[in-house]
Design a protein around this ligand. Structure first.
Ligand code: PBG
Length: 328
């Protein structure tokens, strides 16, 4: 008789045949940095996640380094917002100062700078706005300037999340022209117009003040178009492609993994985190089991890199498993 249960008789056997593993080095932890002094501001819908001012960011960075996570993805919240998103490409802006501080403290930690205008514009859209329209080509030079400013501050990776057409090419060209040939581009290639970003917009103060993002972010219904977005970004010079959100889009993660030879990242976004935290706080699910199952599912779908607000907890649990106290 074919007995598949032979493969499951005990934990040693299960480990022997386990097909997918999550490693701490797969994880990237998003962080929010804000103006002001001595700020540590908890975000209501994201329990455990805070905004930090530059002078306190070292507290969280120390935890990240000790956890053995590969990198942080930085979002800046400037005090001043305007139509031209000036703070986005100000070398003395809050994000740029945070990058320099983190690089001094932890030179080996990968610093990934999100490149998008929405936290920096007065209207909260990801591009330049004129007459209620979000302009594509006029936005590209600003994104390119922002990416160069982040690279100059010390960012190892820039991650354009705006979904304008042609932005990867514009950013690559500007980085190369300024001598940042090794600054990597991790493109939010298949980024969907999603309800799962709700808590993030509170955390990053980036909700659009009119309309929505449906003219630039993707329609959740489209899988084939997601492949086109990824192939286009690769052609333009992306080093890593990303699918976002992760959980309702695991078929997209699998599809682009199969259709390209590039590393794929998946962003386990704020709303996905909030749902797990809320259910766990009510005692309705076992947080550790559910989080590890989610991360394993994202890896199994094909993503190598997982951007997740669970990164610190997950790294601690993975460390315990490595030492042999977990899982059985
Ligand atoms: C900026 C950006 C967003 C997220 C990452 N970069 C918000 C948005 O597009 O509205 C969402 C991240 C999350 O929900 O965790 N464009």
């Amino acid at each position: 008789m074919n007995r598949l249960r032979r493969l499951r008789v005990n934990e040693t056997m299960r480990q022997l045949v386990r097909e997918t593993r999550v490693d701490r080095s797969d994880l990237v932890y998003p962080m929010f940095v804000t103006e002001g002094e001595n700020v540590k501001n908890p975000i209501g819908a994201m329990p455990g996640i805070c905004q930090y001012s530059v002078d306190r960011i070292h507290e969280e960075v120390e935890r990240v380094v000790n956890a053995g996570i590969s990198g942080v993805l930085l979002f800046g919240i400037p005090a001043h917002k305007d139509e031209a998103a000036s703070e986005a490409y100000n070398d003395e802006g809050v994000t740029q100062r945070a990058i320099r501080r983190i690089k001094e403290q932890a030179p080996g930690l990968l610093v990934i700078a999100d490149v998008c205008l929405c936290e920096y514009t007065s209207h909260g859209h990801c591009g330049v706005v004129c007459g209620g329209e979000i302009l594509n080509d006029e936005t590209l030079p600003l994104l390119a300037k922002m990416a160069v400013s982040m690279a100059r501050a010390g960012a190892d990776v820039v991650a354009p999340s705006d979904m304008m057409d042609g932005r990867v090419a514009a950013i690559r060209e500007a980085l190369d022209a300024e001598g940042f040939k090794n600054t990597m581009i991790m493109a939010y290639s298949a980024k969907f117009a999603s309800g799962f970003y709700g808590p993030f917009r509170e955390a990053a103060h980036s909700a659009p003040c009119f309309g929505d993002r449906k003219t630039y972010q993707m329609d959740p219904a489209n899988r084939r178009e997601a492949v086109r977005e990824c192939l286009t970004d690769i052609e333009e010079g992306a080093d890593v492609i990303m699918v976002k959100p992760a959980l309702a889009y695991l078929d997209i993660v699998r599809e682009v993994t199969d259709r390209t030879d590039y590393p794929v990242a998946a962003y386990n976004v704020s709303g996905e985190y909030a749902m797990v935290k809320a259910a766990a706080a009510n005692g309705w699910i076992d947080e550790r089991k559910v989080v590890m199952e989610i991360l394993c599912g994202i890896r199994r779908a094909g993503a190598k890199i997982i951007i997740t607000y669970h990164a610190l907890d997950a790294a601690a649990w993975l460390g315990e498993e490595e030492r042999g106290n977990g899982g059985v």
